[in-house]
Write a protein that binds this ligand. Structure first.
Ligand code: FAD
Ligand code: NAD
Length: 467
C-alpha cells in the first residue's frame, strides 16, 4: 500500500541522512545505479548557508538560496527516494534507522524504520546555547531558513514599534539596539548585513529613526574571527569602527531577557543592557540523534566534538556507517567547504565499494559452482581485482581559502596563494565574494534568483513590509 521504496534485491541499500552540504555534494557525485538510495531529511531542500544572513535583512528572498533535494535526485540515472523526516534513532548493530515525520501535517503513519546496508550520517549540528537562560526564548538563531525569516520579522517589528507615536527616546533607543552574540564569521556577517540595511534603506524609509539604531557585537574571546589572519581581523575591526558597529571582546553573555542582555565585562562586572533584538551566533553542538548513536559505541566513540571517523570517514567502531560534515570530529573546521569535499570523496569511495561488493558476489557464485578450466582464470582475475579495490585512498582536504562579508560592500579573504597566504579585504574582495558565491551556488536556477535579487535591491531597495 502507498508509496513503495524502490528495492532491487541485487543491490545494497544506501541510506543518506541529511540534505545539507555534505549529503547534497555526495548525491551530486554518487552513481545511483550502484545502490538502492534513500535520502531522509526533515528539510526537503538544500540550504546555501553562506547567504543566509542576507535573507535576514531582506537582501535576498528566502527561496533564492534553497534548492529542493528532488531537483538534484531527479537527474540521477536511477530513482532515489527522498523522505521528509527526522532520523530519531540509528541502531548500528541491527543496521536500522528509525525516522519520524516531524512536520506540522502528518498522515496516519508518521513513524517507521528502515534497514540499511550502508549509512551516510550527514545530519549537521544544532545551535549551541550553553544552557544560558533566555537564549531559546528571547533570541533569534542564524542556522536555518526559518531563523533568518524570524529575524527579519522581528527586526522590522522593532522598527515599527520604535516609530509608534509617543514612544520615549529611551524606549526608541532600546528597540533599535541590535545585539549580535558571537564574533565568529556568522556573527560578523550578520552585523555587516544589518549595517548595510541601515545605511542603504533605513535612512530613506525611517529617517527619523536611523540615527538611533545601534549594533553591538559581543564576543567572549579577545578578538573576533579567530580563524582569519591578524591583518584581516584588524581590517574587520576598523571597518566596523567606521560603520559604528561596537565590538565588545572578552565579554560574555550570561543571560538574555525579554528586553535586555546581561553581560559579564572583562573586569568580571555584570551589566544589563537594554535592547530590542538579540541574534545568537555562538556556535554549534551535536544533535541528539548523533549523541545517541555515539553512546551506542562507547568504546570507539569517545570524542566529545563529534563522530570519530577513520582516514576514510568511516565511523570508528562500525563497518557500514560514514560520517561527514559538522557531525563528524575531524581535524578540520566545521565548514561547508569541508562537508562538500567529504561528500564528493565519499561518492568515489562508495563507487569503489560497490565494485568490490559486485566482484565478491561473482566470486562466490563461481566458487560455489563447478570449478572448470574456464572459471579458474576468472576467479584468479577477480581475486587480483579485489586486492586492488581493498586499497581506498584516505580523505584529503584541499583548503580553497576563507571568505567573509563584513558589510559596507567589503569582504575579507584569506586565500592560499603560491604556497603562501594572500590576505585581502575591500571592495574588490567583495566583488570576488559575490562572484565566488554565485559560482558555488548549486544550480543555474539559484544563480539567476540570487543575481536578480541583488539587482532588485540595487534598483528599488529592500522590501520593508513585515509579513
Ligand atoms: P548541514 O548543511 O547543516 O546539513 C545537515 C542536514 O541534516 C540538513 O539538511 C538537516 O535538515 C538534516 N538533519 C537535521 N537533523 C536530522 C535528522 N535527525 N535526521 C536526518 N536529517 C537531519 N561554511 C563555509 O565553508 N563558508 C561559509 O561561508 C559559511 N557560511 C555560513 C553561514 C551561516 C549563517 C552558517 C549557519 C553556516 C555557515 N557555514 C559556512 C558553515 C556550513 O554551513 C556548515 O559547515 C555546513 O552546513 C555543514 O554541512 P553538513 O552537511 O554537515 O550540515
Ligand atoms: P563559531 O563557533 O565560529 O563562533 C562562535 C563565537 O561565539 C565564538 O567565537 C565564541 O567565543 C563566541 N561565544 C560563545 N558563547 C558566547 C557567549 N556566551 N558570549 C559571547 N560570545 C560567545 O560559530 P559560527 O560563526 O556560527 O561558525 C560556525 C562554523 O561555520 C565555523 O566553522 C565557521 O568557520 C563556519 N562559517 C564560515 C563562514 C565563512 O567562511 N564566511 C560563515 C559562517 C560560518
Amino acid at each position: 500500500p502507498g508509496v513503495q521504496l524502490p528495492h532491487d534485491p541485487e543491490k545494497k541499500t544506501l541510506v543518506v541522512l541529511g540534505s545539507g552540504w555534505g549529503a547534497t555534494s555526495l548525491l551530486k557525485s554518487l552513481d545511483t545505479t550502484d545502490y538502492n538510495v534513500i535520502v531522509i531529511s526533515p528539510k526537503n531542500y538544500f540550504l546555501f548557508t553562506p547567504l543566509l544572513p542576507s535573507v535576514a535583512v531582506g537582501t535576498l528572498n528566502p527561496r533564492s538560496i534553497i534548492q529542493p533535494t528532488r531537483y538534484v535526485t531527479r537527474h540521477k540515472t536511477r530513482q532515489v527516494s527522498v523522505i521528509e523526516a527526522s532520523a530519531t534513532e540509528v541502531d548500528p548493530i541491527a543496521k536500522t534507522v528509525k525516522f519520524a515525520d516531524t512536520s506540522e501535517i502528518q498522515g496516519e503513519v508518521a513513524e517507521t524504520s528502515i534497514k540499511y546496508d550502508y549509512l551516510v550520517f550527514a545530519v549537521g549540528a544544532e545551535v549551541q546555547t550553553f544552557g544560558i537562560p533566555g537564549v531559546k526564548e528571547h533570541s533569534c538563531f542564524m542556522k536555518e531558513l526559518e531563523d533568518a525569516e524570524k529575524m527579519q520579522r522581528r527586526f522590522l517589528d522593532c522598527l515599527e514599534s520604535a516609530a509608534f507615536p509617543g514612544q520615549s527616546q529611551d524606549e526608541v533607543n532600546r528597540l533599535l539596539h541590535m545585539v549580535v552574540v558571537g564574533g565568529g564569521p556568522t556573527g560578523v556577517e550578520v552585523s555587516g548585513e544589518i549595517h548595510d540595511f541601515l545605511e542603504e534603506d533605513l535612512r530613506s524609509w525611517y529617517p527619523e529613526l536611523a540615527n538611533s539604531v545601534r549594533i553591538t557585537l559581543v564576543e567572549a574571546l579577545p578578538s573576533v574571527l579567530p580563524m582569519f589572519s591578524k591583518q584581516l581581523i584588524d581590517y574587520t575591526e576598523s571597518t566596523f569602527k567606521e560603520a559604528k558597529i561596537d565590538i565588545l571582546t572578552k565579554t560574555m553573555v550570561k543571560e538574555i531577557k525579554e528586553k535586555s542582555v546581561v553581560l559579564q565585562r572583562p573586569d568580571k562586572s555584570i551589566v544589563e543592557v537594554p535592547c530590542g533584538l538579540v541574534i545568537w551566533a555562538a556556535g554549534n553542538k551535536l544533535r541528539k540523534v548523533t549523541q545517541d548513536l555515539m553512546a551506542r559505541l562507547p568504546q570507539a566513540q569517545t570524542n566529545r566534538r563529534g563522530v570519530a571517523v577513520d582516514a576514510h570517514l568511516r565511523m570508528e567502531g562500525t563497518d557500514s556507517i560514514w560520517a561527514i560534515g559538522d557531525c563528524a570530529a575531524t581535524s578540520y573546521a566545521p565548514t561547508a567547504q569541508v562537508a562538500s569535499q567529504q561528500g564528493a570523496y565519499l561518492a568515489r569511495i562508495l563507487a569503489q565499494i560497490a565494485k568490490r561488493d559486485n566482484l565478491e558476489v561473482r566470486l562466490k557464485t563461481l566458487q560455489d559452482g563447478p570449478q572448470t578450466e574456464e572459471t579458474k582464470p576468472e576467479i584468479a582475475s577477480i581475486e587480483r581485482q579485489l586486492v586492488k579495490t581493498e586499497k581506498l585512498r584516505p580523505f584529503h582536504y584541499s583548503h580553497q581559502g576563507s571568505l567573509a562579508y563584513i558589510g559596507s560592500d567589503k569582504a575579507i579573504a584569506d586565500l592560499p596563494f603560491f604556497n603562501g597566504n594572500l590576505a585581502t579585504g575591500g571592495v574588490a574582495t567583495f566583488l570576488f565574494w559575490r562572484s565566488a558565491y554565485l559560482s558555488t551556488l548549486f544550480s543555474l536556477r539559484n544563480r539567476t534568483l540570487v543575481a536578480t535579487d541583488w539587482i532588485k535591491v540595487k534598483l528599488f531597495g529592500r522590501d520593508v513590509s513585515r509579513e
